[in-house]
Design a protein around this ligand. Sequence first.
Ligand code: FAD
Length: 426
Amino acid sequence: MAVPKSTGTENRRPLDGGGAVVDVAADRATNRELFESIEAGAGEAFDDYLATSERHYETAMEKFVYEDRSSLRDWVDLDVMRAAPVGVKLMRSMQGHVDDYFENPKLQQIMQYTLVFLGGSPKNTPALYNMMSHVDFNMGVYYPTAVEPNENGDHPGGIGVVVDAFVDLCRELGVTFETGVEVDEITRRRHGFSVVDESGIERRPDRVVVNADYAHAERELLPEHERQYDADYWDDRTYAPSAYLLYLGVEGDVPELAHHTLVLPDDWDPHFDRIFEDPAWPDEPAYYLCVPSKTDDTVTPEGHSNLFVLVPIAPGLEDSPAQRERFRERILDDVAEHADTDLRDRIVFEEEFCVSDFVDRYNATQGTALGLAHTLRQTALARPPNRSTAVDGLYFTGSFATPGIGVPMCLISGQHTAETLVEDVN
Ligand SMILES: Cc1cc2nc3c(=O)[nH]c(=O)nc-3n(C[C@H](O)[C@H](O)[C@H](O)COP(=O)(O)OP(=O)(O)OC[C@H]3O[C@@H](n4cnc5c(N)ncnc54)[C@H](O)[C@@H]3O)c2cc1C
């Protein structure tokens, strides 16, 4: 079950410069009107843009994403080459692509903000990822809710219910889970593997699928002769952003915000530069605000709202308590100024999560929140493989492998890895 959601806030001010607020609706016709109202001709450009996105999406899904093409031979197939949406033009940057359609910087941003969730910037992400706009604008944004009611008769929602549904399905299929166990070593033995956890307990599986951060597994879990890459390879990768996350429970409603709100400075290049070019905390942050209680009244006590602020920041940044405190103040000021809502005196619950937490809790390389960025040299074949080339019986899956970053891509990655493993066993 899923509820369609609009993004953005009320269209309270015209898009004529700083401080503009715009509502991106759940339906395409309203969005077309919105684009035309901001820039003459942008309504038609919006249609053209989405038609192209849809074509690229369909081709990518059919030929590239669901089909794991892990070797050059798989790509040198006439049928695939003909279908490839990767003409020379689409290998340039997303910025070049949106320039062809829209002049207004805010319209360009609306078409490009999903790049942050691919771990890239408008300058370093190939234009072929314009297909993401088909997902947002044509297919829609949904909020998952549990099909079965809980003990209170409610249908709770949020991404956690998708996880629960997978766990239920896996258990039905005979999978057993052990959680909260950290693996310290994976070593190939004559028969199968030795997998040793942090308490020294050894398990002896026939095959191993690693879903942990790929670089962590290669550098810290496997012995040197069982690794595929040397230290230079991992040092040379572009890691997707980390994040500063501020989770808040507040008294009362936040009528100024929608379920999804993006706060984007008119010129967001300096923020992207501080992620990819010259790592530092951003002065003028671009960020995402989420208020699940707008849609789901099971997530807060009555009379309260919950929200989180997600600011993409450079992986590997130093995030001392003093730095985090300064940034918290900066963000709460910014929310007050740009989203018209001062939350400070209403906060009843608060938690932060940042670079070092991603390292400590998830062994994430440089504290990346997402994995390996989708830059041109880290797309498709150029991502690490899901079958180890160094050790038989060892597999990888998730956000470092193909097809890439984000929950849907990681689920498809799991499917690729499972198919590869089954093929090897049979
Ligand atoms: C704040 C935030 C918001 C996001 N929003 C979206 C979104 O809106 N849409 C979207 O599609 N994606 C989103 N993502 C990205 C998405 O969550 C990730 O791309 C995806 O979860 C990665 O899946 P994965 O299976 O590769 O790795 P993970 O989900 O990170 O799983 C890896 C697991 O391995 C465990 N592990 C690591 N080392 C070891 C070890 N030595 N022993 C045992 N276990 C270990 C970790 O603890 C972790 O549980 C978001 C991510 C973040 C952080």
